[in-house]
Design a protein around this ligand. Structure first.
Ligand SMILES: [Zn+2]
Length: 111
């Protein structure tokens, strides 16, 4: 289907009710196939009376509601890094070995 740039932007805006398209250069990440693409690459097809937008990846069945803004997705690697760092810091692993001194606090040890 042939579209001009203006048409394409209008189509994106009209059919994506979930996120705004400022320009056809806007990027999206498909949460199904993890592909990043721009408005230029979105496949536009005619289904009955309505236009449908499709992920540019062949066989990918995602729709506009499954396209998220780059860097703002659940797939963010950085989020995981921070999470793991937070877990590690709560271990209190400072190298001291107290296994031979396992006396509960408050209980005197008799020799
Ligand atoms: Zn996809």
């Amino acid at each position: 289907m042939k579209t001009t740039l203006a048409d394409r932007l209008a189509i994106l805006q009209a059919n994506d009710h979930f996120r705004d398209w400022q320009t056809v250069d806007d990027e999206r990440v498909c949460v199904l196939c993890d592909r990043k693409f721009t408005g230029h690459e979105v496949l536009i097809s005619m289904a009955r009376e309505e236009l449908e937008l499709h992920c540019p990846t062949p066989q990918c069945k995602s729709g506009v509601h499954q396209w998220v803004h780059p860097g703002n997705s659940l797939l963010s690697e950085k989020g995981y890094d921070d999470w793991w760092r937070a877990l590690g810091s709560s271990n209190g692993a400072d190298g001291s070995d107290s296994s031979d001194d396992a006396v509960p606090p408050g209980q005197l040890r008799r020799v």
